[in-house]
Design a protein around this ligand. Structure first.
Ligand SMILES: *Cc1c(COP(=O)(O)O)cnc(C)c1O
Length: 371
């Protein structure tokens, strides 16, 4: 492949930027994977070539996140919103109407609550709606019900830019229900404390790879409770029993995700991603806090996401000029989510420090010219 000019930095919240070496390898292997005469998209998912790709991806993912043996790793479809229904259909049984407690910390957990209400007696255990979604309600204030089928949290709110510093310790709160965590937008940026988790899920298109693949980690003892209405292809027990091959899995997305897992490992693993996330996000937040009010981020210091940084120009009439100039400077997809407005910079694993340096440099220059 000819070497192109440096690619622009892409701050999309998802589908999002991928490591360039991964894209190059996928391009090289597009027509012929490892000399087998077929591209990955063209292979049977039951052939030995794809089975080796699949097994390698699962093994590397398990290694990266130190997934204990009592957790199944499932490669599913349906995305984060699909899991909002798939989780209650799997965990809120065996009778309909089980109790589900959802900690509402932003747009995604709010959607999870609404969807769970279709299958279960789901309620908000806490909500930060009233404070403008600027902080995460302290776990000690959560109204958790005895006997709930599970407690749902979104540990990184992609739209609002809030992140839990760690998964909550439900046992320490006197709650015996399993924890379900939507980690879609920060998976692989830090370790997961599996002793606190029952189910962890994540759409791939933020920090892992192409859209179409959903990662689900489910603890052994939570299998076998699905409601009768749960489609077989979404029943964790069925998917686990078939090694994620009950139906055709999203083969190409799994292949690219596998390349990303190898890339993360070669960079130094999740510990290194964690270190980089701290460094990159600190660079941007420090500038936002020190810029004298031209820009600002509204999230409480303790709840700020290291992955998704929403920010606002003091003078919002400059928004279009800011975005147009950014595009020209090779800084793409900085427009904020329509429900929040302003700007949002997503700093996933594949975003290099140089990208954040370029962004801050552009922001300084823009503020100087328009201040
Ligand atoms: C993007 C996202 C989702 C939704 O994913 P879809 O694949 O569009 O269903 C759910 N939760 C979180 C935290 C997300 O970032």
């Amino acid at each position: 492949m000819p070497t192109a000019n440096p690619r622009p930095f892409n701050f999309s919240a998802g589908p999002a930027t991928l490591p360039e070496p991964v894209l190059r390898q996928a391009a090289e292997e597009m027509l012929d994977w490892h000399g087998c005469g077929m591209g990955v998209m063209e292979m049977s998912h039951r052939g030995k070539e794809f089975i080796s790709i699949h097994e390698q991806a699962v093994a590397t993912l398990r290694e990266l996140l130190a997934v204990p043996s009592n957790f199944h790793v499932l490669f599913m479809q349906g995305g984060g919103l699909g899991e909002n229904a798939i989780v209650p259909m799997n965990l809120a049984g065996p009778q309909p109407g089980g109790l589900v407690d959802v900690v509402v910390t932003g747009s995604w957990s709010k959607k999870s609550l609404a969807e769970a209400q279709r299958y279960a007696d789901a309620r908000a255990a806490a909500s930060n709606d009233a404070d403008g979604r600027s902080a995460i309600p302290a776990p000690g204030t959560w109204q958790l019900r005895e006997g709930a089928a599970y407690v749902h949290v979104c540990s990184n709110e992609t739209i609002d830019g809030l992140e839990m510093a760690e998964l909550p310790d439900l046992a320490a709160l006197g709650c015996r229900s399993p924890l379900v965590a939507d980690c879609s937008s920060h998976i692989l940026s830090r370790t997961i404390d599996w002793s606190r988790a029952g189910v962890v899920f994540a759409g791939a298109q933020k920090n892992i790879g192409p859209a179409g693949l959903t990662l689900v980690f489910v603890r052994d003892d939570l299998l076998g409770r699905a409601l009768p209405i749960c489609p077989s292809a979404f029943d964790y027990s069925v998917v686990a029993a078939h090694g994620s091959m009950f139906n055709t899995p999203p083969t190409y997305a799994i292949y690219v995700a596998g390349l990303v897992f190898e890339w993360v490992k070669a960079q130094g693993g999740v510990a290194e991603m964690d270190r980089r996330a701290a460094e990159k996000s600190a660079l941007l937040y420090n500038y936002l806090d020190d810029c004298g009010g031209f820009y600002r981020n509204r999230v409480a210091l303790t709840a700020r996401s290291r992955m998704n940084v929403p920010f606002f120009l003091h003078n919002e009439s400059l928004n279009d000029a800011f975005l147009a100039g950014a595009r020209e400077a090779g800084l793409l997809q900085l427009k904020g989510h329509k429900s929040v407005g302003g700007m949002r910079a997503s700093l996933y694993n594949a975003m290099p420090l140089a990208g954040v340096q370029a962004l801050v440099g552009y922001m300084k220059d823009f503020a100087r010219r328009h201040g």
